[in-house]
Design a protein around this ligand. Structure first.
Ligand SMILES: [Zn+2]
Length: 349
């Protein structure tokens, strides 16, 4: 029996947002979150039309964003819409304000909702971020309504660093959280974040929620972004206590070490939780050629990671996160999805 094609959601307007540079540790560098990333993935998906069905998403209902992110954050992105074309605003002042303080109609106060200087705003930010979130919502909706084993969201800009009321780490809306919040209405959800960087936004959004298990394997935050979160002692809060697992890993590790940690910690915890759905925050910046991440994973390792996730035998939404070696990004993403499909087949799904 042949499996159905894997729907892959993407809207061309996501390419209109072009951050040009960022300030990283005092230096002005070319912005790693380029449109070439999405184009590389799109090319790889379209080259395998027997396996992937690239579809445009439907518009995301405003309520789906409003229930997840603060009103002020949405107002701020709307304010950025009024910037002249080609002009970009970089938050530089980050006041330690009480939540909700600041004027979101004044871009100079954008730092009240932002935690770094690498995540700029311009007139296209909101449109791209909205459609990026729309892809995740439709990938979750298709999984459920078409009873599919696997769907993919080409979310760009990425999302896993965005909290309810803070953007940062190139992320504006938390796309994986959009997918998980959609699915949690129908059963328990596990989110496994394989990006090199800790998924601090996803952790924070579900911190108190026992219906969503959040698991992240990432570069040790003592040395790597986002620095202030991702430690092993962060295990959830209140009713969500025990439903967050952080697995910080050393710099420079190879696939063998990574897969061992994935098996022994992340997947063991997901199996124990026994969710109905899986959301994978698929950051591929652990790749050995990646200019931003600091691991030594190969394309074969990404296939193996997908295969192990697939063996969980769960209906799975894969949401794109980081990965900055644009040239090989599409190949690596296809490796994850092929691996997932193989694993799911082995698990009888
Ligand atoms: Zn990352």
């Amino acid at each position: 029996m042949s499996s159905p094609r894997i729907p892959a959601f993407f809207n061309e307007v996501q390419l209109a947002f072009k951050p040009l540079y960022e300030w990283a540790f005092g230096e002005k560098i070319d912005h790693p979150e380029t449109t070439a990333r999405a184009e590389s993935i799109l090319t790889a998906l379209q080259a395998e039309s027997a396996l992937f069905d690239v579809r445009p998403p439907k518009e995301i209902p405003l309520a789906a964003l409003r229930s997840q992110h603060s009103h002020a954050m949405l107002t701020l992105y709307n304010t950025a819409r009024t910037l002249p074309e080609g002009e970009t605003f970089y938050p530089m002042v980050f006041p330690n304000l009480k939540r909700g303080a600041g004027d979101p109609t004044n871009l100079h106060q954008a730092g009240a909702w932002c935690f770094d200087s690498g995540t700029p705003l311009n007139s296209q930010t909101l449109t791209a971020a909205e459609w990026s979130a729309a892809c995740a919502r439709d990938a979750a909706s298709a999984l459920r309504h078409e009873k599919l084993p696997l769907t993919y969201s080409l979310s760009r800009p990425p999302g896993h660093h965005a909290t309810r009321d803070l953007f940062g780490g190139y992320c504006y809306f938390n796309n994986a959280a959009v997918a998980a919040r959609y699915l949690r209405r129908f059963g328990r959800v596990a989110v496994v974040d394989i990006d090199f960087h800790h998924g601090n936004g996803t952790q924070s959004i579900f911190e108190r929620d026992p219906k969503v298990l959040t698991v992240s394997l990432h570069g040790d935050p003592r040395e790597h972004f986002p620095f202030f979160a991702g430690y092993a002692h962060e295990t959830g809060a209140g009713p969500g206590e025990g439903y967050n697992l952080n697995v910080p890993l050393p710099t420079g590790i190879d696939g063998k070490v990574y897969l061992d940690a994935l098996d022994r910690h992340a997947l063991a915890s997901v199996r124990h939780y026994a969710p109905e759905y899986l959301v994978v925050s698929a950051g591929l910046d652990g790749y050995h050629k990646d200019p931003v991440g600091h691991w030594a994973l190969t394309t074969e390792d990404f296939h193996a990671i997908g295969e192990r996730l697939g063996r969980l035998g769960l209906p799975t939404v894969v949401v794109q996160e980081g990965g900055y070696h644009a040239e090989d990004l599409g190949t690596n993403l296809v490796a994850v999805l092929r691996g997932l499909r193989a694993g799911q087949s082995a698990a009888g799904r």
